[in-house]
Structure formats: C-alpha cells, structure tokens
Design a protein around this ligand. Structure first.
Ligand code: F6R
Length: 249
C-alpha cells in the first residue's frame, strides 16, 4: 500500500490523471476501471487536458463501477450521463468501449451476469475508486459480503444523504443501484483510491488502520498488493503515519 498526501484535490487529481495516462500509453489494450462522484471530477478534468496533447484512447476500454437502478443513459443523474459529460465526450479520441451497467434492464439479475461477463473478458489494469463516508467502494455498502460479484444493492441512508447533493428532486433519488462487486475490484491489477476532505477522514483511517471487516468495505483493500491512496491533509488527518508499517508515504 502506498499513501500520497496532496495539498489540494486538484493536485491529487492531476497525479491520478497521469497514472491513467501512463496505463494507456504502456499497454496495447488498456482497461481502465472508472468511478463517478465529486471526488473524481478534478482527476477527469486533468485527464481531459492531458488527452488534448494527442493521447490515443482508441484501444482503451473503460468499465464503470456502478449505475442507479431506474435511470436511463439520457437521465442527467445517471452515471452514464455523468461519464459522457465529464469525460468521454470531452476526449479528442473516445475509448474503444465504455461499459457501464444498465440501470433500466428488464431483468436486473441478467444484467448483473452480463456485466460480470464483460469484466471477466476485460481484466482491469487500473481501477479508480472514491470512498463513501461509510467506507463503501463502488456501491458495496457496509455489512455485505466482501466476496460479492456484480449485484443490485439497496443504498444506505449515509450514501443517499451524501449523493443528494447531485439531485434537485431528492424525493425521486434512486434508492437502489447495480454495482461491480468487491471480487472484481480486487482482481484489478492496480487500484487508486482518492479521498478528499474532512467528511472522508473516518472512512480513510478505518480502512487503512482498522481490521479488515464488512462494516468498512474499503478495509479489504489491505489485501491487495498494489493500492495507492491519494489523499489531502483533511482526509488523512486521523492517520498515524508512523504506525503504518511498510507504507511508502
Ligand atoms: C461512484 C462510486 C462511489 C463514490 C463514493 C464517493 O461510482 O462508486 O463509491 O466513489 O460514493 O462519492 P463522492 O466522490 O461523490 O464523495
């Protein structure tokens, strides 16, 4: 595990954007695992700028972590829409494929199986993650199996409250999502988790210093051999960096 602490989310985001660029440049058929939410925005803004210098995404595939159940791709709050607006349509050369689970599939169980199959055929080289205030990764909420595959999840109160910032009409905010499971996240060759701000400090310290447990899904990342935590001073403020042995800060 490595931990990098930056002054601002923009600096952290730029660092992660360069990791994405290196992955795209290094591999013949790169696969990027992508997240949505406010944390990743500075990273995507930097990646768009970097790509303006001629980064060729035509051999790159992307796989997103999750999608709200009930929102189609045209819905301004769907994660497909988020990705188009904040990344894909801004790139001079779009990715070869950009996979996101469908939140409007007639049969959600079948959609989960279809997505799991896509993940198996496209092993993720670099997985970008944010973290929920409750320690979730993707929408793998606390107290669920840490061995999950793609599944439909009931969002917790914490997650709904955190994500309300994106919804004007909070009554109609979806309460369920399809999420990639923890198993697929752990199979990614490299994982970069970004967390910025006060509100994430407990999730960060519990995940890095606590025991591995279902109450804090991101704690399972302790078992992965190539994880970089990209933090700012606020999100890192509870960490006892002297105590974390073997961590390259
Ligand atoms: C989004 C996702 C979530 C978010 C997390 C943080 O695709 O999978 O795990 O990364 O909820 O959200 P923000 O960045 O909005 O605080």
């Amino acid at each position: 595990m490595r931990i990098r602490i930056f002054e601002t989310p923009s600096e952290g985001g730029l660092y992660v954007a360069t990791l994405m660029e290196q992955t795209v440049l290094r591999l013949d058929e790169p696969v990027l695992g992508l997240a949505t939410g406010s944390t990743v925005l500075p990273c995507y803004a930097s990646f768009v700028q970097i790509s303006m210098y001629g980064l060729d995404m035509s051999q790159t595939s992307t796989l997103n972590l999750d999608e709200y159940v009930g929102l189609d791709s045209e819905h301004p709050h769907s994660y497909r829409y988020f990705m188009e607006e904040n990344l894909f349509r801004r790139l001079p050369i779009r990715p070869k494929e950009s996979y996101i689970p469908s939140g409007t599939a007639d049969n959600l169980d079948e959609e989960c199986r279809r997505y799991e199959d896509i993940i198996s055929k496209n092993p993720i080289d670099l997985q970008i993650l944010g973290i929920g205030v409750n320690g979730h990764i993707g929408f793998n909420e606390p107290n669920q199996s840490l061995l999950s595959t793609t599944h439909v999840v009931d969002l917790t109160e914490d997650t709904i409250n955190n994500n309300e910032k994106f919804f004007r009409d909070t009554d109609n905010m979806p309460k369920r999502a399809i999420t990639m499971g923890v198993q697929a996240i752990l199979r990614s060759k490299q994982i970069v988790l970004m967390a910025f701000g006060e509100s994430k400090k407990r999730a960060v310290v519990n995940s890095i210093e606590g025991t591995i447990r279902t109450e804090v899904p991101a704690s399972i990342l302790q078992l992965h051999n190539d994880v970089i935590w990209v933090l700012d001073k606020e999100s890192a403020s509870l960490l006892d960096l002297q105590m974390i042995k073997g961590v390259n800060v």
